[in-house]
Write a protein that binds this ligand. Structure first.
Ligand code: HEM
Ligand SMILES: *[C@@H]1O[C@H](CO)[C@@H](O)[C@H](O)[C@H]1NC(C)=O
Length: 483
């Protein structure tokens, strides 16, 4: 059975093609495909007591069409009709797993904050093996708590303050390299956020192996959504080799630091400093993990910021004026470059970034799994079922944000109600990197708006989901220095 499952997984892209060409003929294949996916993503669900009713909704037939839609389309459309019919909590089937979707602030609080111990994060097996089993995302309890503390220590404001001018140098380098060119905004932003990520992990030094490390990471990244089959020639196999090479580079860096007995305030320093320090393997998994968590996320948000600024000239003007006023304030003080304090004098720009994160909702939802039978509002959430907080739906609900499709940064002049604005999640697994993300976005926008202008090339509408929401084609633009 298992080997059949694996064969089907290898064949799955062809099965998908089959599915679209001969829907009826291939139905049996689809079922087998899902069965095999089940082996990998869904652990067997428990025989739960049936005293309580399950949430409303239909489990229906676990069919692939829905799963594909979920990953490739606007989940708003996907869930809107179900939500309308069943309310803020309903059951359905995706990726061959029974699951419960939630979209009320109360349910989010229950799952992510107050009863977070009953809902563990869950990922497909391939992600776990590529990032490394010891990475923070896959854990609960003591080990998770310790890792989180170490990450937070490296990116707390006290530390970030000392990195502002280095982040600024990286932003200026990127912008300079775009001058007079037509670029793919998302691809270029990924280079900037990669560089900032490496800066926060390794500090300014150790440039030695940085390019090599980047190359191996890029190989790894290609396999994020591949099937976890370790056979020569597969993306997954190449990724496993790249992991070994990253581990080798890391071990050189660790040797070097141990010899010099340096105390450093970067992430690696934090991982090494603790009395109960991490093992080398744990460090590798978590460094790969932090690059993964910080890079595409921040790059997508930055891409959306450019998109919404060019779609809303009024706000581009207002942001530019706010940033120019910071330049003026600094004139004559002899201070060169931005400081942490400067980034706290950008209220309007900050609201534009918040509104961008709300509308774009780059993470449409996240996954949890019930670790035991849980009762919520009289419903049973059975052990082993997935639970999906639907961030995008919460951010686009008129109950939480009136006229939700309108880009209106002024709505953030008052703080949003608890658990209605979740760009960084909430609770024990919420994003520890949010201050770093905000810093690198603000620094970038400062130089972008005061020195450059750009125009969007090609079609202006359309969103792609893969898996982060992005403007169509990554937002191609023509980029010029202001005269
Ligand atoms: C604008 C950019 C970013 C966004 C929108 C974002 C969003 C998120 C969200 C929503 C989560 C929680 C996921 C869940 O609960 O399932 C998360 C977790 C995480 N993020 Fe970010 N993130 C961003 C940037 C960063 C950066 C720059 C770092 C670098 C330190 C980072 C590191 C992490 C880590 C390590 C976790 C896992 C935390 C845990 O499991 O305890 N993120 N992020
Ligand atoms: C971009 O073009 C302008 C005007 O033609 C020129 O002055 C400037 O040096 C160019 N910048 C780069 C980086 O090539």
């Amino acid at each position: 059975m298992v080997s059949l499952g694996i064969t089907l997984l290898i064949l799955s892209p062809f099965l998908l093609l089959l599915f679209f060409s001969f829907p009826i003929l291939s139905l049996s294949f689809i079922l087998l495909f899902l069965l095999s996916y089940l082996l990998i993503f869904c652990k067997s669900t428990s025989r739960h007591h049936r005293k309580l009713p399950l949430p409303p909704g239909s489990l229906g037939w676990p069919y692939l069409g829905e799963t594909l839609q979920l990953y490739s389309q606007n989940p708003n459309l996907f869930f809107a009709s179900k939500q309308k019919r069943y309310g803020h909590i309903f059951k359905t089937h995706i990726l061959g797993c029974p699951c419960v979707m939630i979209s009320s602030p109360e349910a989010v609080k229950f799952v992510m904050v107050t009863r977070a111990n009953l809902f563990k994060p869950t990922f497909p097996a391939s992600k776990e093996r590529i990032l490394g089993r010891q990475a923070i995302f896959f854990h609960q309890g003591d080990y998770h708590y310790k890792l989180r503390k170490l990450v937070l220590k490296a990116v707390m404001p006290e530390n970030l303050k000392t990195h502002v001018s280095d982040v600024e140098t990286l932003a200026l380098q990127s912008l300079k390299s775009w001058e007079n060119r037509s670029i793919n905004t998302f691809q270029e932003m990924k280079m900037y956020t990669f560089n900032v990520g490496l800066l926060s992990i390794f500090g300014k030094d150790e440039y030695l192996d940085r390019e090599e490390l980047k190359q191996h990471y890029l190989t790894l990244e290609k396999a994020y959504n591949s099937m976890p089959i370790n056979l020569p020639g597969t993306l997954f196999h190449k990724a496993m080799k790249a992991r070994k090479q990253i581990a080798a580079i890391m071990s050189k860096i660790l040797d070097c630091r141990r010899q010099r007995k340096e105390e450093r305030n970067d992430l690696l320093g934090s991982f090494m400093s603790e009395k109960e320090a991490l093992t080398d393997e744990q460090m590798v998994d978590n460094i790969i993990g932090v690059i993964f968590a910080s890079r595409d996320t921040t790059a997508s948000v930055l891409t959306w910021v450019l998109k919404y600024l060019s779609d809303n000239p009024k706000f581009l003007q207002a942001v530019t004026e706010e940033q120019e006023s910071i330049v003026r304030q600094k004139e004559g003080t002899g201070e060169v470059g931005l400081t942490w304090a400067d980034t706290k004098k950008m209220p309007l720009t900050s609201r534009v970034i918040q509104e961008t994160m709300r509308i774009a909702s780059i993470l449409s939802f996240t996954f949890r799994e019930a670790v035991e039978d849980v009762e919520y509002e009289g419903y049973l959430i059975p052990k082993g079922w997935k639970v999906l907080p639907l961030f995008r739906n919460i951010h686009h609900s008129p109950e939480n944000f009136p006229d939700p499709e309108k880009f209106d940064p002024s709505r953030f002049e008052v703080s949003p109600k608890p658990n209605t604005f979740l760009p960084f999640g909430n609770g024990i697994h919420s994003c520890p990197g949010n201050e770093l993300a905000k810093l690198e976005i603000l620094v970038f926008v400062h130089h972008l708006t005061t020195k450059y202008r750009w125009s969007v090339l090609g079609p202006q509408e359309g969103i792609q989901y893969g898996p982060f929401a992005l403007p169509q084609n990554g937002l191609p633009i023509r980029f010029l220095r202001k005269t």
